[in-house]
Design a protein around this ligand. Structure first.
Ligand SMILES: NC(=O)c1ccc[n+]([C@@H]2O[C@H](COP(=O)([O-])OP(=O)(O)OC[C@H]3O[C@@H](n4cnc5c(N)ncnc54)[C@H](O)[C@@H]3O)[C@@H](O)[C@H]2O)c1
Ligand SMILES: CC(C)=CCC/C(C)=C/C=C/C(C)=C/C=C/C(C)=C/C=C/C=C(C)/C=C/C=C(C)/C=C/C=C(\C)CCC=C(C)C
Length: 519
């Protein structure tokens, strides 16, 4: 239930004391459907508290959108390679903390520049050092120096508030009350910004339309929405953590995060089954009690957590659509998926000084259109061992809807992939001249690929507001209207991003552990 729902309903359908009142002779305390980062963080948090946990993953490997695949000596990341949450201090370093909870850690490589923007009228980088970023902006927008400091300063105040409190379930009222008592100022600040979007704050401090457009792109590059629709709490997190804990790449590839979480899960007695596609959440007297797999096996547990999107949880796995979910579906829609290009190239085509992440746009009117903004990662600039010697990896992706790819015969589909990939490579020549002849290996992913391999509704990147909403207020937490069933991942508070779904995992585990009476 979201904060918005809580104000509309006086009572949760899944009460605090609602332990299993049907047949409790079950093998597991918790079953987690899906081994994405959201699901794995929830699972590891629960085994660390002594719960008996089973994770069921439909694919061969863990990680979901944050998985990887190896081809011809290259180790490719499925999704973006820009990872937040790996800092060493504070409370917002949720990936570091999730791994540590099950005795794991990863070697990471600090990224000196979060991203370089190549925009129609502006080329600018975001270095790790905050003062250097301000200087970059001052040079380009000298008349806005004060406004720039007020806007990004507001982001810092939100981040400091988040980074002060222990991040757990906002559905657990004793925790919320304790946080308010221990850190009243931080909690009041967060409560104040929960219903606010970035656009509102940016317009309070900044006048220059070019700078406001840049802030739109600063948001779009991770929320897939302009500033007017991007929650301010999330911007506080992203725009500050990049200068605090920084962006850090896990040595060996993004897939290492999920692999390490699985190792920690198993070392703490948890189990994971691969090729285990859940087709149904089993209910008894309206309560979730187990799951059925595509091979007809059934598993039972006291609590069920779904790491599938809410559309799939309440469309494919259950045939009920509670009123709370109907409201969510009116507020949120699926963002586009991506056309993804995974290239192995001759190393010389990437200049030695080139940084890892880039955003490319030639025409502002195209920013939100399919094929408009291009995201580029060159992770071998951080970890050369991801590619064979003398080679580099380039991962470029741009928004694309599944509707553009449906109903094509196999040859037409292949042809379309080839044509679209060639057009994308031509655009990349702007920042990587000589790219075309340097390509040695090419894999093209479409929304159909993402739907097939990640099991995500229409291959979507995640939910986005269907209209301008009040910040994060309408985003649901982990409990659902079906007793015993929880959802974790990017269709829960606070939304998309690895650090965001890690938060969802912490919060979900906290709520489930409290409901189960675990420590
Ligand atoms: N740099 C970054 O920050 C970055 C990079 C990549 C991805 N991401 C984000 O990660 C987020 C996704 O994380 P998530 O945890 O919400 O989900 P996810 O989609 O990554 O993981 C869900 C998992 O559930 C599995 N699954 C789906 N249906 C199933 C079924 N019926 N039975 C069994 N298993 C099933 C999938 O195979 C997948 O492994 C997205 O928001 C994405 O934007 C961020
Ligand atoms: C209850 C009441 C009433 C009140 C209360 C108050 C309070 C206490 C509150 C609290 C709150 C909270 C805790 C919150 C939290 C939040 C969080 C954690 C958030 C997070 C976030 C994160 C994020 C958003 C992230 C993101 C990221 C991303 C998405 C990324 C992406 C990337 C990409 C895509 C990249 C691309 C690019 C290139 C390649 C260039």
């Amino acid at each position: 239930m979201s904060l918005l729902d809580a104000t509309q309903r006086s009572q949760t359908p899944q009460g605090e004391a609602s332990d299993c009142n049907v047949d409790c002779n079950v093998d597991y305390d918790v079953i987690v459907i899906g081994a994405g980062i959201g699901g794995l963080v929830a699972a590891t948090q629960l085994v660390a508290r002594g719960a008996r946990v089973l994770v069921l993953e439909r694919y061969l490997i863990p990680g979901g959108s944050a998985g990887g695949f190896a081809r011809s000596g290259y180790q490719f990341d499925v999704g973006a390679s820009m990872i937040f949450g790996f800092g060493q201090q504070g409370t917002t370093n949720l990936l570091t903390r999730a791994l540590a909870a099950v005795g794991q850690s990863l070697e990471t490589i600090p990224d000196p520049v979060q991203v370089s923007y190549h925009l129609p009228d502006l080329d600018i980088s975001v270095p790790r050092n905050y003062e250097n970023f301000l200087q970059e902006l001052d040079q380009r927008f000298p008349q806005e120096q004060a406004g720039i400091r007020r806007f990004y300063g507001t982001c810092w105040r939100i981040f400091r508030a988040l980074n002060t409190i222990d991040l757990r379930s906002l559905e657990e009222m004793r925790y919320v009350a304790r946080s308010f008592l221990q850190h009243p100022q931080a909690c009041l600040r967060l409560a104040r910004y929960l219903p606010v979007n970035v656009g509102e704050v940016a317009r309070q401090h900044i006048r220059d339309p070019r700078l406001l457009r840049f802030i739109d792109m600063e948001c779009y590059s991770w929320s897939v929405m302009p500033a007017s629709h991007t929650p301010m709490i999330n911007a506080g997190m992203v725009f500050s953590d990049r200068h605090y804990g920084g962006v850090n790449y896990p040595k060996g590839g993004v897939a290492k995060i999920a692999e390490a979480l699985v190792k920690g899960l198993q070392q703490h007695g948890g189990q994971i089954h691969y090729r285990a596609r859940v087709t149904e959440v089993l209910t008894q007297q309206g309560r979730a009690v187990g799951v059925r797999l595509s091979d007809n096996r059934a598993f039972y547990a006291r609590r069920i957590i779904s790491n599938c999107t809410r559309w799939q949880t309440f469309g494919d796995l259950l045939s009920v659509l509670p009123a709370q979910e109907q409201r969510w579906q009116q507020r949120y829609r699926a963002s586009p998926s991506f056309l993804s290009l995974h290239l192995g190239v001759q190393a010389e085509v990437v200049p030695a000084e080139m940084t890892c992440h880039h955003i490319l746009l030639e025409d502002w009117t195209e920013m939100e259109r399919p094929g408009g903004t291009v995201f580029v990662s060159i992770p071998t600039q951080l970890d050369p061992h991801l590619a064979p010697s003398g080679r580099q990896i380039i991962h470029a992706f741009t928004p694309s809807w599944i509707s553009e790819w449906q109903g094509l015969a196999p040859t037409a589909y292949k042809r379309k992939k080839f044509v679209m990939a060639r057009a994308l490579v031509q655009r990349l020549e702007r920042i990587l001249p000589g790219l075309t002849p340097a390509i040695e290996h090419q894999e093209v992913g479409t929304p159909r690929t993402h739907r097939r391999f990640l099991g995500r509704q229409d291959g979507t990147y995640g939910p986005i507001p269907a209209r301008q909403l009040r910040g994060l207020l309408g985003m649901p937490f982990n409990r659902t209207a079906v007793p015993g069933l929880y959802v974790v991942g990017d269709s829960t508070f606070p939304g998309q991003g690895l650090n965001a779904v890690a938060f969802s995992g912490f919060a979900c585990a906290h709520r489930v552990a409290t409901d189960l009476g675990l420590r």
